[in-house]
Write a protein that binds this ligand. Structure first.
Ligand SMILES: *[C@@H]1O[C@H](CO)[C@@H](O)[C@H](O)[C@H]1NC(C)=O
Ligand SMILES: *[C@@H]1O[C@H](CO)[C@@H](O)[C@H](O)[C@H]1NC(C)=O
Ligand SMILES: *[C@@H]1O[C@H](CO)[C@@H](O)[C@H](O)[C@H]1NC(C)=O
Length: 845
């Protein structure tokens, strides 16, 4: 055993040098990640703490991994605590003072591999009953022409309706004319972050990119499928990059390179996931991720801080500073009322979230809705699925589906784009996708027309990807200026949320001065971080209404979510407001629609507007996220004067524009003054937000209060600043809003926005409720649990052996894939339950 592991260490040691990923042994060792002051040598920290320095944490500067033999305690935390006490009493200095952050690594709890299967929709037919319409003669002719012209002789190309659909004409990714221009993904690289990929498949090996690949589960350079159900990554890879040859079909970018990053097949730590998300990020351009927290309609989980840092690092430093492109599947929990804003990966501004439509262009029942979803593309539903490559030398799979299959298809299309425009940044790609998506199903999609004349639906995002349109636009796309941002201060509410159809609405006014100070020209993403205490989380919903009266359903009710945790510093994201100026009143409306014993309090919120900068030269990069980023609201209360609020009872007003007066109507009034002498120059200050000194009311009827946010302490200096117009109005809003909603969303929501204001003394109790809201916070937040979301759940795992010594106990390690045995015959099309249409399966995406 000992010798064996020693040999293993030597072998892996070699690979580790090549790849910078040292081997891990979670059975015998503990691992710590320490963020050190750049002047603090990790070697000395190691000596001081009795640890072994394992090297830098992937691509994260000043973050290091240390190991030691397994112990119950968090020995680093203990040592740091002692050190702090000593420092307080003696005031001396010590090498340990250079430790900025320390985290003992835990194997993440393995969440359900396959959740309960959502019921198929009414009218669902099994594939056996299915009776597709026949292909159109013109469609067949076109398909034959394309195959001929491009020399495509892949045997299942004619089944790959997502590439060219001769039956439901027009329901495909519209890629054939892109290929005919010779744009086939050459020079582009996609990494499939998943359960590995079969680099020995004859359909993949020609495009396999070893330099970008790593197996984080088995600590080897080759991310081969090793478990019986390690097939998901291979199927995803085939969609992107299956070679044009005589095996199966072709990928949408069939000349692109495809890498595998295997993380889903065993428990891993946040540290390893952080390394994986940055793996070979100068070479891998796109990371396709068809996984996330469970789609069970009750989870609300975000990646841990190290993973968040890795993602920011990727967009800032990956691809030589142009930024890695993350593509995430929106999730398959729609039938359980799950929503992609409850998933911290899909609602990250750094990921392009992709939902699914089926071969008839319909919304499949599994594909999640949310305001963070940018776009959709084809996957399973209407009795068919995606036909792609499978594990094995020459194996195909006709049943790949769920949003799992949509994300890689999108990633492949983005590879076509990067093949001709490798200079596009991560944000350029989002602009391109947003601008060229094709709205579909206009009758049922609850479409809103946005400020820049685009259409957005929470079901379809900006629509379906049209590869041709995207590539055409890419040819002449002009890079956007760097990212800028504006953070509002924390807005304290501390009001009970009325039950029923009433809502509690709170507004904040953003002035042109604030955005000018923040160097923000026009919006891209909007995020709202909020705290709501509630006895039953699933009863809550949250809407955000922009100055242009566009509505983001940030949160929706979820019948299965009976958590008592409420929202704890949870960040919701919206892409609905793309292109708006951001100037004017932003309103958050929290509702508790169920009249029951579960009540709640809206504690506070914080608005962040992300967008393109005005002056590129002035713009700095966003500082790395920090685990204390959301801690400052407690401080703002103590560091500001009271947020004196006034509200006013008002009966329904006919013209919505008279309710909320946009400050742009009064461009010359003195809105804000720059604070003087407020910052004792904490250069890390990420915001360029303006600090208000004086503001005046924007309208004659609206009683205004303009709180002065004073100088904040150094820990949150970056948030200081920004004037607030806070209006709390509730009640009447409810019924009216509700009834108006349907119509409003179908039509132009901006024309019909109406609500009432009633009196509430919101100045009262500003400081109450904060505690209780925050109680229970902490352990809940670290989540980011990685789990897989595999396609096609076979029921064949019962015989799997357990691997001992791994927390969670359900680690499956049935070896199916040894070098000499590729399991031929296990993957024959149509011979087992794997071939069921997977969109009736549970938690795969
Ligand atoms: C598809 O591509 C063609 C060019 O081949 C283009 O004319 C058309 O507008 C695109 N979109 C659709 C929906 O066909
Ligand atoms: C691929 O990239 C290389 C190096 O950047 C470049 O010289 C070549 O022209 C590219 N090929 C295509 C087809 O874009
Ligand atoms: C629910 O209502 C009770 C009674 O008004 C109150 O004491 C409690 O704080 C409320 N709960 C929340 C989470 O706001």
């Amino acid at each position: 055993m000992r010798l064996h592991s020693l040999l293993g260490l030597i072998g892996l040691g070699y690979l580790a040098t090549a790849s910078n990923v040292p081997p891990r042994n979670y059975e015998s060792h503990d691992y710590y990640v320490l963020h050190l002051d750049s002047s603090t040598p990790p070697s000395q920290i190691a000596i001081k703490l009795g640890l072994t320095h394992e090297g830098q944490l992937g691509e994260l500067q000043d973050h290091h991994i240390f190991s030691c033999h397994k112990e119950e305690d968090d020995i680093v935390r203990t040592a740091l605590k002692e050190r702090r006490q000593k420092k307080r009493s003696t005031g001396d200095s010590d090498i340990l003072d250079g430790v900025k952050f320390a985290q003992k690594q835990k194997l993440k709890a393995r969440l359900e591999k396959r959740g309960p299967i959502p019921p198929p929709p009414k009218g669902y037919q099994s594939p056996v009953e299915q009776r597709q319409e026949g292909p159109a003669p013109s469609g067949l002719a076109r398909q034959a022409f394309v195959a001929d012209s491009l020399g495509i002789s892949d045997p299942i190309f004619h089944e790959q309706w997502h590439l060219y659909n001769p039956v439901q004409m027009g329901h495909d990714v519209n890629v054939t004319d892109v290929w005919l221009q010779g744009i086939t993904g050459f020079n582009a690289t996609v990494a499939i972050v998943d359960d590995g990929l079969d680099m020995y498949s004859d359909d993949l090996k020609g495009n396999y990119f070893a330099e970008g690949s790593w197996d984080f589960n088995d600590n080897t350079a080759e991310p081969k499928p090793r478990l019986s159900d390690d097939r998901h990554g291979t199927r995803c890879a085939g969609e992107v990059s299956a070679v044009k040859n005589d095996v199966c079909g072709v990928g949408v970018a069939y000349d692109s390179k495809i890498a595998g990053i295997r993380i889903l097949s065993k428990l891993i730590t946040d540290a390893d996931e952080a390394i994986a998300m940055n793996y070979a990020f100068q070479l891998n351009q796109i990371y396709s991720c068809s996984w996330g927290p469970p789609d069970d309609g009750l989870s609300m989980e975000a990646p841990g801080i190290l993973i968040k840092k890795a993602m920011v690092n990727a967009v800032q430093n990956g691809r030589d500073g142009k930024g890695s492109i993350y593509v995430f599947a929106s999730g398959n929990g729609a039938a359980k009322e799950d929503n992609c804003n409850f998933d911290g990966y899909t609602n990250s501004i750094y990921s392009i979230t992709v939902g699914a439509i089926d071969r008839k262009g319909l919304h499949p029942y599994y594909s999640e809705h949310c305001s963070a979803q940018l776009v959709v593309t084809y996957s399973s539903g209407s009795n068919d699925a995606i036909h792609t490559t499978d594990v094995g030398t020459n194996q195909c799979y006709p049943g790949h589906g769920g949003t799992s299959a949509a994300a890689p298809l999108a990633a492949g299309i983005f590879a076509l784009v990067l093949g001709i425009r490798p200079d596009l940044t991560w944000r350029d790609m989002q602009y391109l996708v947003m601008q060229t998506a094709l709205p579909i199903d206009l009758d049922t999609g609850e479409w809103q027309t946005t400020s820049i004349g685009k259409k957005f639906s929470h079901t379809f995002g900006y629509g379906k990807i049209d590869s041709w349109a995207t590539v055409e636009a890419a040819k002449t796309f002009e890079n956007v200026k760097p990212q800028a941002w504006y953070y509002s201060p924390w807005i304290h509410v501390n009001q009970a949320i009325p039950q029923g159809n009433e809502g509690l609405a709170v507004s904040f006014e953003v002035t042109s001065t604030m955005l000018k100070e923040a160097n923000v020209e026009r919006l891209e993403h909007v995020t709202v971080t909020m705290n709501v205490a509630h006895g039953r989380r699933g009863d809550l919903s949250v809407d955000l209404v922009s100055p242009d009266k566009l509505v983001s359903h940030l949160s929706v009710t979820r019948k299965f979510d009976s958590s008592k945790d409420g929202y704890n510093d949870w960040t919701f994201m919206s892409v609905v407001h793309w292109g708006e100026s951001g100037i004017g009143t932003w309103t958050v409306i929290v509702k508790d629609t169920e009249v029951n014993e579960h009540n709640g309090t809206f504690v506070d919120w914080h608005l962040k507007l992300w967008g393109e900068s005005i002056d590129a030269d002035k713009q700095t990069l966003l500082p790395m996220p920090d685990e204390h980023d959301d801690d400052d609201h407690d401080k703002i209360i103590t560091s500001t004067t009271t947020i004196a609020g006034t509200t006013q009872a008002i009966t329904p007003l006919p013209a919505p524009t008279s309710i909320i007066t946009n400050p742009t109507d009064h461009p010359d009034r003195p809105v804000n003054a720059k604070p003087t002498g407020t910052t004792e120059d904490e250069t890390a200050s990420p915001t360029n937000s303006a600090a208000p000194e004086a503001t005046t009311s924007a309208s004659s009827w609206l009683p205004s209060f303009f709180p002065t946010f004073g100088v904040s302490s150094k820990t949150q200096i970056w948030i200081y600043g920004a004037a607030g117009l806070i209006i709390v109005f509730c009640a009447g809003l409810g019924v009216y809003f509700y009834m108006a909603r349907r119509k409003r969303l179908r039509n132009n929501p901006r024309d019909e926005w109406e609500f009432d204001l009633i009196e509430e003394d919101e100045a009262e109790g500003l400081n109450t409720g904060r505690r209780s809201a925050k109680a229970g916070k902490g352990s809940k937040r670290r989540a980011g649990e990685l789990y897989d979301a595999f396609a096609a759940g076979s029921e064949d795992e019962s015989e799997d052996e357990y691997v001992d010594g791994v927390e969670g106990g359900d680690e499956r390690e049935k070896r199916l894939y040894d070098d000499d045995d590729e399991g031929e015959g296990q993957h024959v099309i149509g011979d087992d339950e794997d071939d069921e249409i997977p969109d009736e399966k549970g938690s795969q995406r």
